[in-house]
Design a protein around this ligand. Sequence first.
Ligand code: AP5
Length: 192
Amino acid sequence: MNTTTATVTQVKRKSLNMVVIGLPGSGKGTQSKQLAEKYQLAHVSSGELLRSEMTKNTERAREIRVNMEKGTLFPDELVNSVLMDSVPSDNFILDGYPRKLSQTGVFGSVNIVFFIGLDGREAVRRILSRDEGRKDDTEEAVQKRLQAFEKETRPVVDHYRGLGLLHEVDGSGSREEVFERMVGEVEAFLNE
Ligand code: AP5
């Protein structure tokens, strides 16, 4: 009797070191969580880490609380120190970081940068209709966050476009539709 021996070869997947950029309310957090789950990546959200840190009884927490209510960007040293221990060297998704040119190249070697494009009015509508008790979800703070995006983060988008790493995705439509678009980009990258 002939015996056939099947040899199973495990092919190692390319590393996925991603950054997700977009206006406040564009869906960075929503999509990053799902992508992290699908591709088994460490999801590192600078906003979530800062919000968790600010509940502590420390001088750094006090500094974060004051900044957060204003809706302005935090100093690099503060954000970097909060993220320092959370970003692995490989297979991660950075949600909301970098958002200034001075923050590019600090963590890991990035190979996919998503920019979720969304009309500003829709982004504001989504933020103001969520009810999570965030201190920076007031009209005033949201306007500051939008201004910070245009001034500080838009140049980061251009920087990654210049490096050929940028994947622009339409952020309108349902959460599922946006997720499908992003997965399409990741799959194309993995199959290159
Ligand atoms: P961060 O928490 O990152 O806030 P943000 O960038 O303003 O973004 P949001 O969390 O508001 O929105 P999102 O794009 O993640 O969208 P989400 O998925 O939640 O940062 C907070 C602050 O920390 C910053 O303002 C800054 O001060 C500071 N900070 C953070 N990182 C920093 C850095 N690197 N340097 C300096 N300072 C830093 O979705 C929004 C809502 O819409 C949700 O309710 C969601 O359920 C809903 N939604 C999502 N997708 C859809 C859809 N397709 N259709 C309908 N609703 C949707």
